[in-house]
Design a protein around this ligand. Structure first.
Ligand SMILES: Cc1cc2nc3c(=O)[nH]c(=O)nc-3n(C[C@H](O)[C@H](O)[C@H](O)COP(=O)(O)O)c2cc1C
Ligand code: SF4
Ligand code: SF4
Length: 266
């Protein structure tokens, strides 16, 4: 099978997933690479053209061992037509549990044929100086592994004659998927004394939960807890003030120190 073009499709509030899918594409080296970044709020509801003779490289973070609900919803707007796909989940050095299986099932329903999968590690959304969790990942070693994975995918594609008789891609995970119900209506707060009203938090928020005028206003009902606003605020004015997040973050920082390595499924 010949593949000349690839389309990177990803949801990535803090950009670790975006960097991994990009690394994989560098290994495959198609002539044309297009991207669909599903993260901005305008991609919540959009019509995308059906994909055909391209390779889709589809990536999302792991939230609670699952695909973030918001990512699953946005992915469902994209359609394949017997289109080969590489499926990627990126997690914060805890576990990815049923996320890769869930992503495989979603993209298969959408008309894609998963030919390879991977679980990579990204700096945890709740990483901080006091509670480090996979700080700085993906690092150069991870990106090199992503590229090498891309090269292996290229090799596999060369050996595939038709997608019609491809056996289903085996990935770990259980069905019914793990349940994950975090508390509702949480959102980071803004420390007014530190805020310059620059608007960066509103720009990076994937759900348009933040409005910046004379003050920063956040709608907690829209917040998906992604922490993009916290990580991107240039003055440290966006912070979590939630006992749940504090408890989770302390536990993860203490228990998930051992470096995990990417796992690939071909
Ligand atoms: C709400 C939420 C839940 C998360 N759940 C998990 C998890 O179950 N396991 C894990 O290892 N990391 C978990 N993470 C960390 C992210 O998967 C990780 O930081 C990932 O790199 C973020 O991707 P992004 O940079 O593309 O947004 C979670 C992060 C958030 C915000
Ligand atoms: S990014 Fe930080 S400084 Fe800028 S408006 Fe938001 S909270 Fe204020
Ligand atoms: S307000 Fe919530 S959804 Fe928006 S960037 Fe911040 S954590 Fe993410």
């Amino acid at each position: 099978m010949d593949i000349n073009s690839a389309r990177l499709i990803f949801f990535s509030p803090t950009e670790t997933t975006a960097r991994i899918v990009d690394g994989i594409a560098q290994g495959i080296r198609p002539d044309i690479v297009n991207s669909i970044d599903l993260t901005p709020p305008e991609n919540r509801s959009r019509d995308f053209e059906e994909m055909r003779d391209e390779l889709a490289i589809i990536g999302t973070p792991v939230y609670g061992g699952r695909i973030p609900r918001e990512a699953a919803h946005r992915l469902r707007q994209i359609k394949g037509n017997n289109t080969p796909a590489v499926i990627i989940v990126v997690y914060g050095n805890r576990e990815y549990e049923d996320a890769l299986l869930e992503l495989r099932d979603i993209v298969t329903d959408l008309g894609f044929v998963p030919i390879a999968g991977g679980a990579f590690i990204g700096e945890h959304s709740y990483d901080s100086e006091n509670t480090p969790i996979a700080t700085g990942r993906p690092d150069p070693q991870d990106i090199e592994k992503a590229k090498q994975f891309g090269e292996s995918i290229q090799e596999k594609i060369g050996k595939i004659r038709t997608l019609d008789d491809m056996p289903p891609l085996n990935v770990p995970g259980d069905f019914p998927y793990k349940k994950w119900d975090p508390p509702s209506d949480m959102a980071p707060i803004t420390v007014e004394a530190l805020c310059t009203l620059c608007g960066e938090c509103a720009t990076v928020c994937p759900t348009a939960a933040i409005t910046v005028g004379d003050a920063v206003v956040t709608d907690p009902k829209e917040c998906i807890y992604c922490s993009a606003c916290v990580k991107k605020c240039p003055t440290g004015a966006r912070v979590w003030d939630s006992p749940w997040i504090e408890q989770v973050t302390k536990r993860l920082s203490a228990n998930c120190r051992e470096r995990k390595e990417p796992q690939i499924y071909l």
